[in-house]
Write a protein that binds this ligand. Structure first.
Ligand code: GLY
Ligand code: MN
Ligand code: MN
Length: 440
């Protein structure tokens, strides 16, 4: 794997996004904060992760930063960030400071974050509209209202305050749902590293004694590939744990006859990959495991075949459900006609989640699934997961050979002009391919 990648030219990648935001706003001021650092306990923090909306527009990785976009006849992009501070840099590492940040990230102006309370009311003065996101963080809401009230307090001196407040996320979600070339390059890289991690996990499974040993193999490959962290907590679920959808304890022993379900992907330059594979700890699927595996694989193939520009969001899901429901009837898990099993939702006992979600900076990424109450049509540049599954818990009437089999197969799919590109296609998936890799 080649770890050498060209440095990001931030103004080329990020300034056009700010220009597009300004064009969509028409006029007014947008304010976008990054995430705060979060204390884990006493002096120890969680690994820092910037806010996805802020990063999408700025590329700026440091905490304690706020971006302001002014729209209208003379659009301007402004960044507030931490000052250079040699004393703090000795302890915590490099900080850009406003002068270097302006240059590197291509902002029109950059100020110390310590000036934000005096400058923001000035920036809001005589602007018709404020674009921001309220309601997720009380502390942030109070700051925004404080700046707004500071402008309102000046009305007697002839200054007008924004009369309208619009939700910024709506505008940005629509931009984020279509990925540009820079985003796709990061997602391809995340897919490549995650593929290496899943392959490594398959090779290690036959001699592993505990789920966490396999989690360690995944993390090893993520970090070795240069990814700072997983995009979400890895699920490494052996045996009956494979039927727990959000299993993250990853601390149970592995047994020879078990299946192992791994849902894991790394993050690269902020972008997620999200891959699930399910394989036998022993290296060979039992007949019953293989039956259910082939059924889920066929459901996934049907869902991917239904993924193309112009298809509605629910079409891949409906295609997967048809194949799964028919398989469940064939294996005695559901009873009655296919239409009936789908209509009355009997299949949901074994398939209780949707077949995918948008993927990008967030693992469950920004973007609407419906428009005017109708499923949205897929467009080139959208990236979604296709992840059907089947989870068979012990219950009355369930054929015993299938009990505790939990299988999910998940790939990341880019909608293209011609159809799709499966970004994670290199991750072993066919029974013969997995068994041969595990034998090696
Ligand atoms: N890994 C989270 C998901 O598959 O949606
Ligand atoms: Mn997943
Ligand atoms: Mn997923």
């Amino acid at each position: 794997m080649n770890n050498l990648r060209p440095p990001i030219d931030y103004p080329t990648v990020f300034a056009p996004r700010r220009a597009r935001l300004a064009a969509r706003m028409g006029e007014g001021v947008a304010i976008v904060p990054t995430s705060p650092e979060r204390l884990r306990n006493r002096d120890a923090h969680y690994l820092y992760r910037y806010d996805s909306y802020f990063y999408y527009l700025s590329g700026f990785p440091e905490p304690e930063a706020v971006m302001v976009q002014i729209a209208g006849k003379a659009p301007r992009s402004i960044l507030f960030c931490r000052d250079k501070d040699i004393e703090r840099e000795i302890w915590d590492g490099f900080r850009f400071g406003p002068a270097a940040a302006r240059e590197v990230f291509g902002f029109d102006e950059c100020f110390s974050i310590s000036e934000i309370d005096t400058r923001l009311p000035q920036l809001l003065a005589d602007q018709p509209a404020l674009y921001c996101h309220l309601g997720s963080d009380e502390h942030w809401d109070a700051r925004v209202l404080g700046w707004l009230n500071a402008v309102r307090a000046q009305v007697r001196s002839g200054v007008s305050a924004p009369a309208a407040i619009h939700d910024l996320h709506g505008l940005l979600d629509d931009m984020r749902v279509i990925k540009d070339a820079h985003e796709l390059a990061a997602m391809r890289r995340a897919a490549e590293i995650s593929t290496a991690a899943h392959s490594r996990a398959m090779r290690a499974a036959r001699t592993a004694r505990y789920e966490y040993e396999i989690e360690a193999e995944l993390l090893h490959e993520f970090r070795r590939g240069g990814a700072p962290a997983p995009a979400y907590t890895s699920i490494v679920a052996g045996g009956a744990n494979s039927c727990v959808l959000h299993y993250v304890a990853n601390d149970a022993p592995l047994h020879h006859g078990d299946l192992l379900l791994i849902d894991a992907g790394c993050e690269v330059d902020g972008y997620a990959s999200d891959i699930t594979r399910t394989f036998p700890v022993s290296g060979r699927y039992s007949a019953a495991q293989r039956d259910i595996y082939e059924m889920v694989l066929a459901a996934q193939a049907a869902a991917i075949a239904a993924t193309r520009p112009g298809a509605l969001w629910n079409e891949p899901h409906d295609a997967a459900v048809r194949v799964l429901a028919q398989g469940m009837i064939d294996f005695g898990l559901c009873h009655g006609s296919l239409d009936k099993v789908i209509e009355n939702g009997d299949y949901r006992q074994f398939y209780m989640h949707r077949t995918g979600h948008w993927l990008g900076l967030d693992v469950h990424d920004a973007g609407d699934y419906k428009r005017d109450n109708a499923w949205r049509a897929l467009e080139p540049g959208m990236v979604l997961t296709v992840e059907p599954g089947c989870y068979i818990r012990p219950a009355e009437g369930v054929p015993p050979q299938f009990v505790n089999i939990g299988i999910r197969i998940e790939d990341d799919v880019l909608v293209t002009d011609a159809g799709v590109e499966v970004l994670t296609r290199a991750t072993p998936k066919a029974v013969a391919e997995i068994e041969s890799l595990m034998r090696g």
